[in-house]
Design a binder for this molecule. Structure first.
Ligand SMILES: Nc1ncnc2c1ncn2[C@@H]1O[C@H](COP(=O)(O)OP(=O)(O)OP(=O)(O)O)[C@@H](O)[C@H]1O
Ligand SMILES: [Mg+2]
Length: 362
């Protein structure tokens, strides 16, 4: 097969420019040619590489050798994903490989490698970032596929209930309650995708906290003592009142779930901390978050291994929890330009929120 000089020049130009390692390997697995990407991959110059066999530069028992043999036998291209090419010298590496026997050149084959780590890492990052976004897509599907039939199931249970003796009504009520719970869960998931611009107005945070306390005191936190330490001169927060109620409702609900049945205490505090500034965006401009609100409880605390993940969706230790409460809190606080942090030791768990002041804007 004659290749003239100009063709060879352009072929080596192409091979040289290819970002993926390419090797030409002879019938006895001896390396005949490598491109610069392969030199980099094996961290060895072409002069050294072409004197070696493939086995010498690959981990012992590498599946690439088997793929070579199979490709030669079949006379066609074979590929394999995620082949382990880890060596003590280069550390952990995964690559997608292809082996193409050259026609009429008994046993000579072209090998290409595509390192996976970078692509994988990128995938994983996108996956993480997409998690909250896809939650919304999922919620939209669930709303359609589950909420509607669920309403039917609930309605049927209510109809059944009419004809039932009292002691059996418990079962139909259970159906209704569970249907309501699932439907509420889907509503909360839908809230993640709410990307409408939030109408912001000055909000009196003490009024928000009072309201949350009243609701809690008459429902889920009847036996809990509330202690309020408010700074009466606190200026209003710039934000959305309903969303802020939701934030503190979720925090107080968690606190009340955590406190002991006897002697449970939840402390709400507000304060003005003009010194707190955070950086925003790439430009590094700093803006201040002077309004501090804390929700503290005297429960057993957040398990240490949970603390780094506590604001992630679906993290829960409760048998009937959804793990969406704090994820939603973090999202809303973030939408307000604020920050939230959690410090926890037994008998003292504090959720601290910093928010911007209404007059200043953000
Ligand atoms: N004040 C607290 N004290 C101890 N642990 C807490 C406290 N607040 C939250 N946690 C822990 O964080 C987990 C996540 O809380 P989150 O509010 O996100 O979900 P949840 O309360 O389990 O369920 P949901 O709020 O959806 O009903 C809880 O399951 C609990 O383990
Ligand atoms: Mg909760």
């Amino acid at each position: 097969m004659g290749i003239d000089t100009t063709e060879r020049a352009s072929a080596s130009l192409i091979l040289g420019a290819l970002p993926m390692p390419v090797l030409l390997v002879g019938a006895k697995d001896e390396i005949l040619f490598v491109n610069p990407a392969a030199e980099q991959f094996f961290d060895m110059g072409a002069g050294l590489l072409v004197r070696q066999h493939l086995q010498d530069v690959l981990p012992f028992g590498s599946p690439l050798i088997q793929v070579m043999a199979q490709a030669r036998e079949r006379g066609g291209t074979l590929g394999e994903r995620d082949v382990d090419l880890t060596t003590p010298r280069h550390g952990e590496r995964l690559a997608d490989i292809t082996v193409t026997p050259l026609p009429g050149r008994d046993g000579t084959a072209l090998v290409t490698l595509q390192e996976r780590s970078f692509a994988n890492r990128l995938d994983r990052q996108l996956l993480h970032r997409g998690a909250v976004r896809s939650l919304h897509g999922m919620a939209a599907v669930l709303a359609h596929e589950i909420k509607n039939p669920l309403a039917g199931i609930r309605g049927a249970a209510q109809l059944l209930e009419d004809g039932l003796p009292d002691q059996e009504k418990e079962l139909t009520q259970l159906i209704c309650q569970e249907s309501d719970r699932i439907s509420a869960l889907i509503d909360r998931m839908e809230a993640f995708g709410d990307t409408r611009a939030m109408p912001r107005a000055p909000v009196n945070i003490h009024e928000v906290l009072d309201r949350v306390r009243k609701v809690a005191n008459t429902s889920f936190a009847k036996n809990v003592a509330f202690i309020e330490t408010f700074d009466p001169s606190l200026p209003p927060v710039l934000g959305d009142r309903d969303q802020l109620i939701q934030v503190f409702m979720n925090l107080v609900r968690n606190a009340s779930d955590a406190v002991p049945d006897q002697g449970g205490e939840i402390t709400l505090t507000t304060g003005y901390r003009p010194g707190v500034k955070v950086s925003a965006g790439v430009a590094g401009s700093r803006y201040s978050l002077p309004l501090e609100i804390t929700v503290r409880d005297n429960g057993p605390g957040v398990p240490a291994d949970l603390v780094p993940h506590i604001f992630d969706p679906f993290v829960t230790t409760k048998s009937r929890g959804s793990g969406l409460g704090l994820a939603l809190v973090a999202k809303i606080v973030g939408d307000h330009g604020g920050i939230i942090e959690c410090e926890s030791v037994p008998r003292r768990t504090v959720f601290r929120i910093l928010l911007p002041q209404a007059a200043e804007g953000v």
